[in-house]
Design a protein around this ligand. Structure first.
Ligand SMILES: CC(C)[C@H](C(=O)O)[C@@H](O)C(=O)O
Ligand code: SF4
Length: 465
């Protein structure tokens, strides 16, 4: 016990139900257009009003097109979803960052960058990647639609307390190794079910060295290991990132908050249900070769062979090879690709665009490759322009799109055609995730940039000066 997770969880317990779940107070509820309609409908049916409307923030992100956002949405399903959220937020008196609002973007990008996501909070959203917000030192997790309704009505949720796991990465990260590579590496070792039932705390010198953006990327992917969430103890990096943000405390309140946030760390005597240790030196730029995010390898590595695999594992492995059009044992270096997607709540932050720009600067987009650069929010878009990264992209032949989930999942116009290879900085490479038949290779922003300028899988370290 005495873990960071326990400290935050325990301070939010309202009622302990004997042999049942805990009633937990929730500091923030985020709502997007996909998982909130039934919750609002339920509230209406029961004649309920939100208990703490000022703690609820709504914004569309999944269905928003990434072009012409100033015009009505063409796709009727998406239009209806986005309009419905706006109406629901207005009817229930909730804050809504609509499309074209300068505060709009992917909810998991907007929360931290607007200072809505703060250390010590409990944060929920009807979305699995709510784990992202844990990066500032919060207990943040995804919930179902009926639970969204529960939180709206009562600002509380019934939850079974998960077990705790600490994953430490010690040492220095090598050249060209980003937070995404760390996450894909951990996942390739832990597997997509290895953290089921746990809440992860990340620690160790390699994790401490990550920027806030990098930490958000890492925590974002916790859910892909089956974890309930992931978190990192707040420190100077966290405070520097949050200071001066729109909703962060100011003046004396800030000082008081920081004094409290400094207490938010696991004690030296903390006991975790499970501990795992990795060496940073073992991590190289990563990519996935299969159809789940745990099927990852170093960019210079080889796809595993079926040798030693049991029948069941072999069948599912070969099915995924067939879908991807890859052979067991092969290297992916030099493989031709068709699409590159930079964006999503995993890698749609300013640092990801800086990383991408660092590779493409002075180079040209490879012929025949379609590249989608999609900022995670309007704030990221503004930062890109402020720093002149848009010029670097334009000179290289790339165009910036407008914020949203975009090609991360095929819920809007940005779909990868069947059979095409997409190097994607998002978080899921499931069959059909980016469009029916689309073949997704997950990677970090540097591997994506290297693919965008060479048209093939390339080790980004060969392009770094
Ligand atoms: C639409 C939503 C429920 C879903 C999630 O929960 O993660 C989506 O964001 C995703 O990434 O698949
Ligand atoms: S960017 Fe992708 S993973 Fe993130 S919330 Fe949107 S659809 Fe889900």
């Amino acid at each position: 016990m005495n873990t960071l997770f326990d400290k935050i969880w325990d301070s939010h317990v309202v009622t302990m139900i004997e042999e049942g779940p805990t009633q937990l107070y929730i500091d923030r509820l985020y709502c997007h257009e996909v998982t909130s309609p039934q919750a609002f409908a339920g509230m209406r049916e029961r004649g309920l009003k939100p208990l703490r409307p000022e703690r609820i923030y709504c914004m569309p992100d999944h269905n928003t097109p990434t072009h012409d956002q100033d015009k009505p949405i063409e796709d009727p399903v998406s239009k209806n979803q986005v309009d419905t959220l706006a109406k629901n937020a207005a009817d229930f008196g909730l804050t809504h960052y609509g499309m074209m609002d300068e505060r709009n973007g992917i909810i998991h990008v907007v929360g931290p960058e607007r200072g809505l996501t703060l250390p010590g909070m409990t944060i929920v959203c009807g979305d699995s990647h709510t784990s992202t917000h844990g990066a500032v030192g919060a207990v943040a997790f995804g919930i179902g639609t009926s639970e969204v309704e529960m939180v709206m009505a009562s600002q509380c949720i019934l939850q079974a307390k998960p077990k705790t796991m600490r994953i430490r990465v010690e040492g220095n990260l090598g050249k060209g190794v980003t937070a995404k590579d760390v996450a894909l590496y951990i996942m390739s070792k832990v597997t997509t079910s290895g953290a089921t039932g746990y809440f992860i705390e990340y620690g160790g010198s390699a994790i401490r060295s990550l920027t806030m953006e990098g930490r958000l990327t890492l925590c974002n992917l916790s859910i892909e290991m089956g974890a309930r969430g992931g978190m990192i103890a707040p420190d100077e990096t966290t405070f520097a990132y949050l200071k001066g943000r729109e909703n962060a405390p100011v003046g004396e309140e800030w000082d008081k908050a920081v004094a409290y946030w400094k207490t938010l760390k696991s004690g030296d005597d903390a006991v975790f249900d499970k501990e795992i240790l990795f060496d940073a030196a073992d991590i190289e730029p990563m990519l996935t070769y299969g159809t789940n995010p745990g099927m990852g390898m170093g960019v210079t590595g080889h796809i595993p062979t079926v040798e030693g695999m049991g029948e069941v594992a072999k069948t599912s492995f070969m099915k995924s090879m067939e879908y991807m059009g890859f052979e067991p044992g092969e290297s992916l270096l030099g493989k031709k690709i068709d699409y590159v997607f930079l964006g999503s709540c995993t890698n749609g932050r300013i640092e990801d665009f800086r990383a991408f720009a660092s590779i493409v600067k002075g180079k040209k987009k490879a012929e025949g490759v379609t590249v989608w650069l999609v900022p995670g929010s309007w704030m990221v878009d503004a930062q890109i322009r402020e720093e002149g990264l848009d010029k670097i992209f334009e000179e290289a032949g790339f165009q910036l799109r407008q914020p949203g989930c975009s090609a991360c999942l095929a819920m809007n116009d940005d779909k990868i055609p069947a059979g095409k290879y997409s190097v994607s900085t998002s978080n899921r490479n499931f069959e059909g995730r980016q469009g029916p038949g689309a073949r997704t290779i997950l990677a970090g922003p540097l591997v994506a940039a290297a693919a965008a300028v060479t048209g093939e899988i390339t080790d980004p370290r060969t392009l770094i000066g």
